[in-house]
Every structure is written in structure tokens, then in C-alpha cells.
Design a protein around this ligand. Structure first.
Ligand code: NAD
Length: 482
């Protein structure tokens, strides 16, 4: 069912075997069964990828103008749109996400390509007034070879935002997809090839994190690392990159709140509150895993959230229900260890969704759970669970709402629900997060909106125009001419 040879890696425009010739199985989380294999790249393969990327920079890719790069990205975007069904089905099978959600990711990938296609020739330098007899200007240049280490939860979206921006600025990219979900990364590379991307501009080496990933992060021939994943591995990647002093963008985890004041439009908020908790089975960095609600409406909101949770249906990705399986049995065990904390009197699971009867027994299914009576400092309210679990935390006034919202080590995204205009602005300024949404959450994906964390959610910004600054370096030229 994988519509291409998935066991090879892309190096310098050629699909080749890994040096060791080993592979990793591809599991379908909806059934627990294997349906293919991917290459298990290692240090030797990363060496070859770095050499190929370096050669691309001094070859056709290095000579491509900003206009050329934009046109190539536009062609890739058009081909992604043509192959949307294939990409969506591949992602649904590989990650376990319901087909509609996988399709939205493929649409986002195409949209990232369009956005960065249009932006490639619009990044300009500046002239700076200076001393008599001098002309000063700045140039935006690519870093050179960029490494992209990505997780399994949103492969297409993360490829779009990071590889798309890196290529727009003229870098040569090496992509290390996650061992649990590499298929759409390989499909994307094939599409880029079909669009005519010069050899070596994009190289793809799947494999294990501690092998291919660690080799990429530590490679002295890499000039910039974009890492999306866990806090723990992000720290290790930053240390590895630090050993040869190259910049790192870290897009890490979160424990994002949605703060609901008593004056909010609850009908409008409800679908956002639930979706932001259970989308992709809660395996989303920006999942709103904390609902922080004003005490006056706590019971009413809890009752309405509970009704929504009881209506959620969980099943195979291709059945396209509300929630699919978790990525792996390991992830399910991890989430289950948190749910065990909610099986006590306090905190307590107040409502759960249901797994459909015909869900295959080998799939990694877990009913979404809503947990109430959670103290703000409880592990359930502090740690990233990365599963379909939302906790509800009450607050009495605005100051307490801010303190709870900011009361974790993370700072990725937040939502604020209130019809008081002055409070909307106060909250937006007081909350420590890379994105704050007022009376919405996620803004429909927001390809154009800069995204990134504060605190343990990471540093650097991807998405939007801002990413182009991160994937380039500024050079100042000072000419003295008298
Ligand atoms: P992970 O950190 O385990 O793995 C991410 C990537 O790092 C994978 O490709 C993996 O192979 C690689 N890796 C693992 N060990 C490595 C090492 N020692 N050196 C180099 N690379 C290594 O994360 P995950 O479980 O795949 O993803 C879940 C995490 O990602 C969550 O914490 C989630 O919040 C975060 N995430 C963040 C964002 C964001 O934009 N902020 C987006 C998606 C996911």
C-alpha cells in the first residue's frame, strides 16, 4: 500500500540504500500490524547527506535565485495538492490520525509551500545611514546546511514550516523524520524531486533518534539545527549543536491553557475547548490540555464539556471518527499511567468517550478523558501527557487565572475566552506563551502566524515570515568610498 520504495534514503538526488542496509518496520497504530519498512539510517548516511548538501550549495541549488526558489516551492505545493489523497491516506495509516485530520495536514503542507514560494523573493536587506563617505547595507544569506529533526505527530505540517522556510532562504536541508512516522517525509521528497528541486537541496535520512538524529545534531558540517520534539531530547540536541557552536531552533512541548471567564460566549467556546484537547488524540504540542475556568461557571461548563466528551467516538484512522489510536503501545502505557491518577476520588475522571465496537484489538486505542478537581500544582496539571486527556482547573479572579496559566514550566500557546475587551488585552500581555488566542484557539492552523515557545516550550520561531529570519543570517557590508 506504500506507493513507492520506502526503504531507501535520498542523498544528493539519488535514492540509495543505507550504509548498513538495515530497516525499521512501519506499524499501523489502528491495527498494531506492520505494513512496510523504512530505512534505518546511521552516522555514515548522515556524513553522505552533509557532503551532498554541501555540494548542492556550490552547484545548481546555490546558484538558484530567490525567484527560482519561489517557483520551485510553488511547483512542489501544486504537486502536493494534486497528491492530497495519497498523502492523507499515508499519514492516516502511519500516524493513526483520522482521515479528515490527515487531510488537513496535507492541505497545510501545500499551503506552507505556497506561502514560502511567495515569500522567497521578499526578504530584503536594509541600508543604514552612517558616517560621511560610507555606504552600509545588509544581506540576508542562508546558513548553509540545515538539519531538520522532526517528531511523528504532525510530520507534514512540520516539514512544511521548517523545510519550506529553509529552502526558501536557499539552505540545503537534511531531514531526519521520526522513526514512528517517516512515510510522508519520503513521499514529500519524491514530490520535491518531481517538481525539479536540484540534487542535494533536500536529503532525507530516516532512522532512530539516537543514531541518525544524534549524528545529525552533532555533525560539524551542519550550520543550523531545527528540532521539534520533546524537552529532554531538545536539550541534548542543543548541547550537541553547542559542541560546534551552531544555532538551534527548539520547538518543544507544552501544557497550554484555555482560560474561560464567566462572561464568555460558552456556545462559541465549547467546540474549541474540546477540539484543542482531543485533536490527533491529544498528541499535539499545542494541545489545550488545561481548561482554566472561573468558579462561577465551573459546574455548568464541566457539565457541558462532559456531554461533549461522552459523545466522542474513537476508532481506526480510516473510519475517520473524532479520535484515532495513539501512535504506539508505549505512548498508550505512558498516558495510562496519568489516567491512573484520575481514577482516585480527587482528581477524578468525570467523563470519557467511547471506543467503537469494531476497533481492531491490536490498535492503540484510548477513550478521551475529562478530569476535574485537579489542583494547579498536580502532575496532571503540570506535565505534558500527550494523550486525549484534559484537566479542568477553577479560578476565582483574573490574577489567579494569570497565575495558573503561567504556572507551568512551559509557554507555548494559550486561549482566553472573555467578552471584556480590556481584559482581553490585559490577559494577552500577562500570559507567558508564544501565541495567545482571544475567543478562538489555533486560528485555523495559521501558516502565516509566527509560532514557538517560551520557557521549556523552546526558543526560536517557525511559521510565517518570521521563520525566514531564523533560517537566514544577516551580513552587514560597510563600504568606505570617501
Ligand atoms: P522526541 O523528542 O522523542 O523525538 C523527536 C525527534 O527527535 C525524532 O525524530 C527522534 O528520532 C529524534 N531523536 C530522539 N532522540 C534523539 C537524539 N538523542 N538526538 C537527536 N535526535 C533524537 O519527541 P516525539 O516523541 O517524537 O514527539 C513528541 C514531542 O514533540 C512532544 O513533547 C511534543 O510536544 C513535541 N512537539 C512540539 C512541537 C512544537 O512545534 N513545539 C510540535 C510537535 C511536537
Amino acid at each position: 500500500m506504500i506507493p513507492f520504495e520506502s526503504e531507501t534514503i535520498l542523498i544528493g538526488g539519488k535514492w540509495v540504500n543505507t550504509a548498513a542496509g538495515e530497516t525499521l518496520p512501519v506499524e499501523d497504530p489502528s491495527t498494531g500490524r506492520h505494513f512496510g519498512a523504512i530505512a534505518r539510517g546511521g552516522g555514515d548516511d548522515i556524513d553522505r547527506a552533509v557532503a551532498a548538501a554541501r555540494a548542492a550549495l556550490s552547484g545548481a541549488w546555490g546558484r538558484a535565485t530567490a525567484v527560482d526558489r519561489g517557483r520551485l516551492l510553488a511547483r512542489i505545493g501544486a504537486l502536493v495538492t494534486e497528491q492530497l489523497d495519497m498523502l492523507a491516506e499515508l499519514e492516516a495509516r502511519d500516524v493513526g490520525k483520522p482521515l479528515t485530520q490527515a487531510r488537513a495536514d496535507a492541505v497545510a503542507l501545500a499551503r506552507y509551500m505556497e506561502f514560502y514560494a511567495g515569500a522567497a523573493d521578499k526578504v530584503h536587506g536594509a541600508t543604514i545611514p552612517y558616517l560621511e563617505g560610507y555606504t552600509i547595507f545588509t544581506l540576508r544569506e542562508p546558513h548553509g546546511v540545515t538539519g531538520h529533526i522532526i517528531p511523528w505527530n504532525y510530520p507534514m505540517q512540520i516539514i512544511g514550516r521548517s523545510v519550506g522556510a529553509a529552502l526558501a532562504m536557499g539552505n540545503a536541508a537534511i531531514l531526519k523524520p521520526a522513526e514512528d512516522a517517516s512515510l510522508t517525509a519520503l513521499a514529500f521528497a519524491r514530490i520535491a524531486e518531481e517538481a525539479g528541486l536540484p540534487a542535494g537541496a533536500l536529503n532525507v535520512v530516516p532512522g532512530l533518534g539516537e543514531e541518525a538524529g544524534a549524528a545529525l545534531a552533532a555533525h560539524p558540517g551542519v550550520d543550523h539545527i531545527s528540532f521539534t520534539g520533546s524537552v529532554e531530547v531538545g536539550g541534548a540536541v542543543q548541547a550537541a549543536a553547542g559542541s560546534h557552536v551552531v544555532p538551534v531552533t527548539l520547538e518543544l512541548g507544552g501544557k497550554s491553557p484555555q482560560v474561560v471567564f464567566a462572561d464568555a460566549d460558552i456556545d462559541a467556546a465549547l467546540p474549541f475547548l474540546v477540539k484543542a484537547g482531543i485533536q490527533n488524540a491529544g498528541q499535539t504540542c499545542s494541545a489545550a490540555s488545561r481548561v482554566v475556568v472561573e468558579t462561577r461557571i465551573h459546574d455548568e461548563l464541566l457539565a457541558r464539556l462532559s456531554d461533549s466528551y461522552r459523545a466522542l467516538r474513537v476508532g481506526p484512522a480510516l473510519s475517520d471518527l473524532d479520535v484515532g489510536p495513539l501512535i504506539s503501545e508505549r505512548q498508550k502505557a505512558r498516558v495510562d499511567s496519568y489516567l491512573a491518577m484520575g481514577r482516585a476520588n480527587r482528581p477524578r475522571i468525570v467523563a470519557e468517550g467511547a471506543i467503537v465496537d469494531d476497533a481492531p484489538s491490536g490498535g492503540h486505542y484510548m477513550p478521551p478523558a475529562l478530569i476535574a478537581d485537579v489542583d494547579a500544582d498536580h502532575a496532571l496539571a503540570q506535565e505534558e501527557i500527550f494523550g486525549p486527556v484534559q484537566v479542568v482547573i477553577p479560578f476565582d479572579d483574573e490574577a489567579e487565572a494569570v497565575s495558573i496559566a503561567n504556572g507551568t514550566p512551559y509557554g507555548l500557546v494559550a486561549g482566553v475566552w472573555t467578552n471584556d475587551g480590556a481584559r482581553q488585552f490585559r490577559m494577552a500581555k500577562a500570559i507567558r506563551a508564544g501565541q495567545v488566542f482571544i475567543n478562538n484557539y489555533g486560528a485555523g492552523g495559521g501558516v502565516e502566524l509566527p509560532f514557538g515557545g517560551m520557557g521549556k516550550s523552546g526558543h526560536g520561531r517557525e511559521k510565517g515570515f518570521e521563520a525566514l529570519y531564523g533560517f537566514s543570517v544577516l551580513k552587514t557590508v560597510a563600504a568606505r568610498h570617501g
